[in-house]
Design a protein around this ligand. Structure first.
Ligand code: ASP
Length: 598
């Protein structure tokens, strides 16, 4: 063994012991006689002292090493002199007086500082990820992630769930993204798809009688590139048989509540979680994943505006629209430039503008004042609960535009005014999503969740007459403005599944080719079943107070889906392509994405 103790465990109780430690030179201070090194391993830091008088050979090693060298030292644990303890460090009461030392490996000067949590260029961090992972921040995040996953496994195991791996080389399951495809060598011209989720497998496991399944599952989705998306990400994939919606929700709520208590006891959380219907949440927050750590709810004032002479309000209502407002605390003194900026946010969401009313000590200031009677203005103020010092913002348009615009303003202002308590975890359920979304481009219905989701029994009769009004047995878990999970009660009848496929414009032939196995499985005694899949990356990022999920993934891709350390994706040899029966037809199209160089 290279070490008898880790760098994180020696305390005053060990004084007098001879120990051997091994690790990285975290920090080195040469006092022109004594040399002090903070020696680091995964478990912590220990100060080791090299004395030229008592151990000249070891001292020479201490002089030669630099940051990030890997060394081994043997020495005696001593209590630090009074006043020199470091209470921030678990090992801060002691140091190790080195009697023998050796360099196990030298290190080049790292491209960024490892012993401080300084901001480092993202590309550099990803290129030298193995060095970035040495930093305390990343070690903490990955350790937290481990704790989260371990808790999930143990908790579910104790409740009769079993973890089952499902294939990576498989066939497409639609989750709303493009598939990553893998060409088959043995079947020329045929492809596997990497799973966008184990959705079909977990349902087939229910048909197989496993009743309670989970998996820490990797999902691969070739989505449009966005700063905070990863081509592969991890879900806690769950499925249960003989359950109804509330059974799944209760189980997951219990799991996450216990999980937070255990791994992040300092975080505050309201229990039981709040529950909204999809319609409610859009109405109140203009978003299906609102940050519930602060209020600023969207308030409907259409009834007041119904008598207004103000053309903006009148016209919107006449066109079947609505008027809603939000009350922004403490922003009555916003300058013209600042309110214009807010109006731009509303416009970016399709609104024609936004009407402001600043509640100042000397009265209400609004560009619309001359069109609004004092009674009308007071009625708005009262409805929104405005106080002197607040800024009211109104949007008048079709409900979707009003929601989008005010939802975006609420989000922006919540962040700007720091209204959300960073310590709080505001979990909530959103239920009763619509079953279908109209795809205007292709003039057809898409599944709002995925095509295996069951409609609400009470809405079944609308399937033929008004698909847009059908609600699904589907649900989302949201937290602090993120959608952390989606799930649903599934279809388990062949006829209904075929009907839903048909409504989604998947004709019988394609149903057979793509999903024949599912339809067939439902003929062999499929139990009622349902489940969900909380995203692990985002949840850990929230717990770790990281904005970007990259910071809780050991080896993530950058925002152009590249692995800068491994240089993936990369060119392959011509003979590999040939073996796979592939030919690159348009090498120049790479340049179109500006992605040809790593
Ligand atoms: N497969 C779904 C998803 O990835 C989750 C589920 O329905 O369980 O969103």
């Amino acid at each position: 063994m290279y070490k008898s103790k880790t760098c994180g465990e020696l305390t005053a109780r060990d004084v007098g012991k001879t120990v051997t430690l091994a690790g990285w030179v975290h920090r080195r201070r040469d006092h022109g006689g004594l040399i002090f090194i903070d020696l680091r391993d995964r478990f912590g830091l220990t100060q080791v002292v090299f004395n030229p008088q008592t151990a000249p050979d070891a001292h020479r090693v201490g002089s030669d090493v630099r940051n990030e060298y890997v060394i081994q030292v043997t020495g005696v644990v001593e209590k630090r002199p009074a006043g020199q303890e470091n209470h921030a460090l678990a090992t801060g009461e002691i140091d190790v007086h080195v009697t023998a030392a050796q360099i196990l490996n030298a290190a080049r000067v790292p491209p960024f500082v490892i012993n401080k949590n300084e901001d480092v260029d993202d590309a550099l961090r990803l290129t030298y990820r193995y060095l970035d992972l040495r930093r305390e921040r990343m070690l903490k995040n990955l350790t937290l992630r481990h704790r989260v996953v371990k808790f999930m496994r143990d908790w579910l195991d104790a409740r009769g769930f079993i973890e089952i791996e499902t294939p990576i080389l498989t066939k497409s399951t639609p989750e709303g993204a493009r598939d990553y495809l893998v060409p088959s060598r043995v079947h020329p011209g045929k492809f596997y798809a990497l799973p966008q989720s184990p959705q079909q497998f977990k349902q087939l496991l229910m048909v197989a009688g496993y009743e309670r399944y989970f998996q820490i599952a990797r999902c691969m989705r070739d989505e449009d590139l966005r700063a905070d998306r990863q081509p592969e990400f991890t879900q806690l994939d769950l499925e249960m048989a003989f359950v109804e919606q509330d059974d799944v929700l209760n189980l997951v709520e219990e799991l996450f509540t216990a999980l937070v208590k255990q791994v992040a006891p300092e975080r505050t959380m309201q229990t039981p979680w709040r529950k909204f219907t999809y319609d409610e949440v859009l109405d109140k927050y203009g978003s299906d994943k609102p940050d519930l750590r602060f209020g600023m709810e969207l308030t409907n004032v259409s009834d007041i505006a119904a008598n207004s002479q103000f053309a903006v309000f009148k016209n919107a209502l006449a066109a079947g629209g609505q008027v809603k407002g939000i009350c922004v605390p403490g922003c009555a003194d916003y300058s013209r430039r600042e309110t214009d900026e807010l109006i731009e946010i509303a416009k970016a969401k399709g609104a024609k503008g936004a009407v402001t009313m600043a509640l100042r000590a000397d009265g209400i200031h609004s560009p619309a004042s001359k069109h609004l009677t004092p009674e009308e203005q007071n009625a708005y103020v009262e409805r929104l609960g405005g106080q002197v010092g607040d800024l009211l913002l109104f949007v008048a348009d079709q409900p979707k535009v009003v929601g989008d615009a005010l939802g975006a303003l609420r989000k922006e202002l919540g962040a700007r005014l720091k209204l959300a308590d960073p310590n709080a975890l505001a979990f909530a359920w959103v239920v009763d999503f619509p079953m279908f979304e109209w795809n205007a481009e292709e003039a057809r219905w898409d599944a709002a969740h995925h095509p295996f989701t069951s409609p609400k029994p009470s809405d079944m009769h609308l399937l033929d007459t008004d698909p847009g009004a059908v609600r699904a047995n589907s649900y989302d878990m949201v937290c602090n403005g993120y959608e952390l999970a989606s799930g649903s009660i599934r279809i388990h009848s062949r006829e209904l599944q075929a009907k839903i496929f048909s409504l989604l414009n998947i004709d019988e032939e394609r149903q057979r080719a793509r999903f024949g196995h599912m339809l067939e499985a439902f003929e062999f005694g499929a139990p009622p079943h349902g489940g969900m899949a909380p995203g692990i990356d985002r949840f850990v990022a929230i717990l770790a107070s990281e904005d970007n999920i990259r910071d809780v993934i050991a080896f993530p891709k950058n925002q152009w889906a590249q692995d800068l350390m491994m240089h993936a994706p990369s060119d392959v040899d011509a003979d590999q392509l040939q073996l796979l029966h592939l030919q690159i037809v348009h090498p120049e199209s790479q340049a179109q994405y500006g992605l040809d160089k790593p």
